[in-house]
Design a protein around this ligand. Sequence first.
Ligand code: PGA
Length: 251
Amino acid sequence: MNKNYLIAGNWKMYKNAEQSREFIQDLERSFTSVAAMTVVVFPPFVALAGLRALSKKINIGAQNMFYEEQGAFTGEISPLMLQGLVDYVLIGHSERREIFKERDEDVNRKIKAALQFNLVPVVCIGETLQEREAGKTMVKIKNQLEKALQGVDKEKMGRIIVAYEPIWAIGTGLNASPEQAQEVHHFIKEIWQEMGAERNLQILYGGSVKPENSFELLAQDDISGVLVGGASLKVEQFSAIIHSCIQLLDK
Ligand code: PGA
């Protein structure tokens, strides 16, 4: 199979520094690296220091960052501070957009800052239940992507990863069916090409991913990874999702 997978775990506001270290060590022991699969976890900021050195197989990412390099921005973390600690950064997660009122414009600036500081931005997009029921999923997706990428250099677009996370599927136990996810992923790829990006885009699916549904989701043509919330907090569950990817690659 000619696909590179990314299995990502978003821990949200769970786990302190010690719990994060223990998790990384346990997870590290639970699987063998496979060339076509990358594993990333996104712990809280306070746990990031030193985590990268603990692990050979697991990459580390941040759940958010501000777009300025430094300044009077109380409570914010800059891309400069993340350099050396992480390789990836989540941008525009729906919880950031909904609870903390991040706008498309902020997402756009954060993507540009991440690229400038050589962090891989994992850009989250997705529709609400209301938008899906009104048949507006694709309009929302296109709009979010276009706004997120406004003014981003075409050559740099190849370093971006997109995560499609339908909001109605996050933390609800209701995942999009593999067919529903595939349909949107395919559409995202088309938009990406229309925008003139050079490289084949890696698109993750997120929203109630668990060991029971990960294999089938990952088997879809345009799904090249998963962004896991709840099920990434337990080593056994997250490891089972990693193993479903390994099993798929072995086929
Ligand atoms: P969930 O969260 O897997 O708990 O639905 C996914 C996410 O928010 O990234």
